[in-house]
Ligand binder design. Sequence first.
Ligand SMILES: Nc1ncnc2c1ncn2[C@@H]1O[C@H](COP(=O)(O)OP(=O)(O)OP(=O)(O)O)[C@@H](O)[C@H]1O
Length: 303
Amino acid sequence: MTLITTERLTKRYPNGVVALSDLTVSVEPGIVGLVGANGAGKSTLIKILLGLLPPTAGGVRVLGLDPTTDGEQVRARVGYMPEHDCLPPDLVAAEFVTHMGRMSGLPRATARERASEALRHVGLYEERYRQIGGYSTGMKQRVKLAQALVHDPDLLLLDEPTNGLDPAGRDAMLALVQRIGTEFGISVVVCSHLLGEVERICDSLVAIDGGRLLRSDRIAAMTTATDVLTVEVAEGTNRLAARLAALGVRADPEGRCLLIPLGEDAVYDLVLDAIADLDLPLHRLDQRRHRVAELFRTEDVHA
Ligand SMILES: Nc1ncnc2c1ncn2[C@@H]1O[C@H](COP(=O)(O)OP(=O)(O)OP(=O)(O)O)[C@@H](O)[C@H]1O
């Protein structure tokens, strides 16, 4: 089943800002990165998916349900971790997460049990009876994640879960999100303005910019289509670049190397032939995957 679909989804706020514009996308279950610069429309999309904001136009489905009419049913099956700090400092974590479980309709004893479990999953079991106000930023982010998990959802929507964390904290949070996605079999949508961060843990990526869809695909499909050949010759780099240009092969200089995108099979042979024809001493020839971040930098963001 498709996890999320939107059809020409548009959101115009009362002040005239168009946060989403004609967004049509279809997302399969798994760990999904929702990436875009600040203001791209990620939070707006999340709120529409939850049924908290009505779209101005277009259609949306989450787990087969329409959040504009079945918001409560959607929220019963979806966990939400908001971006900003929204935790009551005076409560202890166990109480707060239990309360959120109760709000989701769990009976008291079940809510308490589930809260302990959720706090254990996020690594806060030992600390669960401490007041949230005394927690570090990383611990607060984990409490937000625990409350999103407490009612055993089928889908988690995480809005910038690594916000405010240092590099080690970010790595730990991403590892946790990945573990939840893989071990618990829950689908996860992770919002981030840092593409390089989410690409490490996601199965697929939805990139938006100015409320419009930039690209949506499985990570594997994005990277295999864009292998790059790195060529270094001891001398004659410029001659090789000129020959490749004449053959219609793109070659970008980087230091002493040429980086050549391998769009089609023929390119590899053309490069080897050109090196042989020019009789150049080959130092290095290796093929590597573009990171998805590089892909966006070169092809989209500056396009
Ligand atoms: N309640 C609102 N009223 C008016 N404009 C809004 C409102 N909420 C968001 N916007 C505007 O809509 C656009 C998209 O905002 P949104 O918060 O969805 O983006 P985002 O990608 O989540 O970015 P960020 O990570 O900075 O929140 C921005 O221009 C923002 O200023």
